[in-house]
Design a protein around this ligand. Structure first.
Ligand code: ZN
Length: 155
């Protein structure tokens, strides 16, 4: 079975390419021929217990979500860099803050899935174990807050 490759339009005009391997081992996402392979860590964390149809539909939406919220991430990156420059944070603090972009990006991408799926999202996840949901939502939110705190600490 070959990996399924999908082309999906984003709201700002770029076409996202999303490819899920059939064995849930590797996802590839990008623009055109430029695809970034990555293990589906968060898709696995949230969706390991789902059946194949739901797993694939929500995983594709999650990958697309990364593209849909990309302008917000870039805005956050630019405004945050400006604030950190004014605060004169150290390089280490800036790097810690920069790494916080990734958990934030995960949260926003999954919020996009929730928004697209609306009530069926809750239905699908009622059966999923709560530690997985807590780990995803709580873990990523905590990572963002800790990293923001580190960057803003000028004492
Ligand atoms: Zn993700």
């Amino acid at each position: 079975m070959n990996a399924e490759r999908l082309q999906m339009p984003t709201w700002y005009g770029l076409k996202a390419t999303i490819e899920l391997s059939p064995n849930r081992m590797l996802h590839r996402a990008g623009i055109g021929r430029w695809l970034i392979p990555h293990p589906p860590v968060f898709n696995w964390m949230l969706r390991a217990q789902l059946d194949e149809t739901a797993y694939r539909r929500l995983s594709v939406l999650h990958e697309l979500g990364h593209f849909q919220v990309l302008p917000a991430i870039i805005l956050y990156l630019l405004s945050g860099t400006a604030v950190l420059t004014i605060l004169r944070t150290t390089t280490v603090q800036a790097v810690i803050w920069l790494l916080g972009i990734f958990p934030l990006w995960e949260l926003l991408a999954e919020m996009y899935v929730r928004w697209k799926e609306r009530s069926s999202y809750r239905q699908i996840f009622r059966a999923a174990s709560s530690w997985r949901k807590t780990l995803f939502w709580g873990g990523n939110a905590a990572a963002v807050l800790i990293q923001l705190g580190c960057a803003a600490d000028t004492g």
